[in-house]
Design a protein around this ligand. Structure first.
Ligand SMILES: Cc1cc2nc3c(=O)[nH]c(=O)nc-3n(C[C@H](O)[C@H](O)[C@H](O)COP(=O)(O)OP(=O)(O)OC[C@H]3O[C@@H](n4cnc5c(N)ncnc54)[C@H](O)[C@@H]3O)c2cc1C
Length: 403
């Protein structure tokens, strides 16, 4: 006799981790107590200080500058640097994740300050440069920016036109321009990548107020509206010798900075995906269509399951990236894989969530459309999805599709 199976509809839940359907593989079990505590304190900080101001900041296309000092007080600048946060890599990733639950622009601000400004000063700077800039960047007294992209050189930064040349009487002269620079209009200090007379890429520390240095904020963005993005121009700006990063040489130097930031992005976007997923799940459980809850329809469930499945996988990927990084075993290919996979995952989650919310998905009473628009940028900056595909393709085939 066939044993009677429990009726599926009464089979009320094998899922032990029911309280968190965006972590089906229970990846939290892989985190240390310190990592969990950091995430918990940031969760409270984000809920109290950041989430309430997002709708207005997004409408006004304005970065809430008063937050910068508070982010500094929370220890969010210089997180992994020995003399500052001194935390492990995954803690940095988890911090980026909590911030990006709110908005990719807030995470972008912290990514730039940490990975693209403080990290290169620590890595390539002189002792004098470190003591001049790092303490002020750590508290938020100084905002930093990173200028690599130009209007005609994005995916191909080696093609840059910005030049730095030695001048009689000492120092250098910087000429050219940079485009799409996060925090560029507000920054007190920026790392500008330029070619010298030997056609070698070098890093220059530019400071607000230097003669010939101007910036203009790019208006009218549909994406990352809360982030301040700028075009920078350098008209024969006189740069003292002590503002050249002594240990930065060649394209590898800015690419190493990008690798640091890409790791933070691979972790951060999971936060955006979780926000849109939970919003769509709550909505689908409440919304009644054809006399039934939206969540009870199979097509709606398919979308929610795919989001949950991909977020759960992305978390495991991010944790492994973090652990490899802590062991100094993380390769640029692995970072590319993480950035490409997790950005695509988050963008697709946001598109599905937007769809599930129907018309409500396009208004800013819900965070979904804002995240969706932001993630279009996040999928593009720091190496577009296809550029990462080509980087990995070059590695696994031995053929470069670039040149
Ligand atoms: C809001 C925002 C903030 C940013 N912040 C910064 C910053 O702080 N600092 C900074 O330096 N830059 C920043 N960027 C610039 C960003 O990194 C570049 O936009 C990005 O690298 C892509 O360059 P691009 O826009 O010139 O596109 P392009 O390089 O012109 O690419 C256009 C398209 O061509 C594709 N493509 C490129 N090469 C190939 C190829 N070989 N084969 C097939 N397809 C290819 C790309 O995938 C893309 O789809 C920011 C951008 C944005 C939007």
């Amino acid at each position: 006799m066939v044993e009677e199976l429990p009726a599926f509809r009464n089979y009320n839940f094998m899922m032990k981790n029911k309280e968190n359907p965006s972590d089906l593989m229970m990846s939290d079990a892989l985190l240390t107590q310190d990592e969990l505590s950091l995430r918990e304190s940031l969760k409270k900080f984000v809920a109290k200080k950041i989430t309430p101001l997002l709708q207005e900041a997004h409408r006004k296309e304005e970065f809430p500058k008063h937050l910068v000092k508070e982010l500094g007080e929370m220890g969010l600048f210089g997180i992994t640097l020995k003399d500052y946060g001194n935390m492990n890599s995954l803690s940095y990733g988890l911090a980026m994740q909590e911030l990006e639950k709110a908005d990719s622009a807030i995470r972008s601000f912290c990514s730039v300050q940490n990975s693209l400004v403080m990290w290169p000063i620590e890595e390539f700077g002189s002792e004098e440069q470190k003591s001049r800039f790092l303490p002020k960047l750590a508290t938020g007294e100084f905002i930093g920016c990173f200028g690599l992209t130009e209007s005609d050189a994005g995916s191909d930064p080696v093609n840059m036109k910005t030049r730095v040349k030695k001048v009689a009487g000492g120092g250098y002269e910087l000429s050219g321009s940079k485009m799409w620079i996060t925090n560029g209009h507000d920054a007190q200090v920026g790392i500008i990548w330029a070619k010298n007379e030997e056609q070698e890429i070098v890093g220059v520390l530019i400071e607000k107020g230097m003669k010939g240095f101007t910036s203009s904020k790019i208006q009218g963005k549909f994406s990352l509206r809360i982030s301040s993005t700028a075009e920078l121009s350098f008209d024969k700006v006189l740069i003292p010798e002590e503002n050249i990063l002594p240990k930065a040489k060649g394209i590898k130097s800015p690419l190493r900075c990008l690798n640091e930031a890409r790791f933070g992005i691979a972790c951060g976007v999971i936060g955006a995906a979780e926000t849109v997923f939970h919003c769509a799940l709550d909505y689908a459980k409440e919304r009644e269509i054809f006399g039934k809850k939206l969540a009870s329809f199979q097509l709606a469930q398919a979308k929610l399951v795919e989001m949950s499945q991909e977020i759960s996988k992305a978390k495991l990927l991010a944790i492994q990236l973090g652990r490899l990084k802590e062991q100094k075993k993380l390769s640029p290919i692995q970072v590319s894989l993480g950035k490409m996979n997790n950005c695509k995952m988050a963008l697709e989650a946001a598109r599905k969530a937007r769809d599930l919310l129907g018309a409500y998905g396009i208004v800013d009473d819900f965070p979904v459309m804002r995240h969706l628009m932001n993630l279009e940028t996040v999928n593009t900056y720091e190496g577009t999805e296809d550029i990462h595909r080509l980087i990995i393709g070059r590695e696994i085939t031995g053929h470069s599709a670039f040149y």
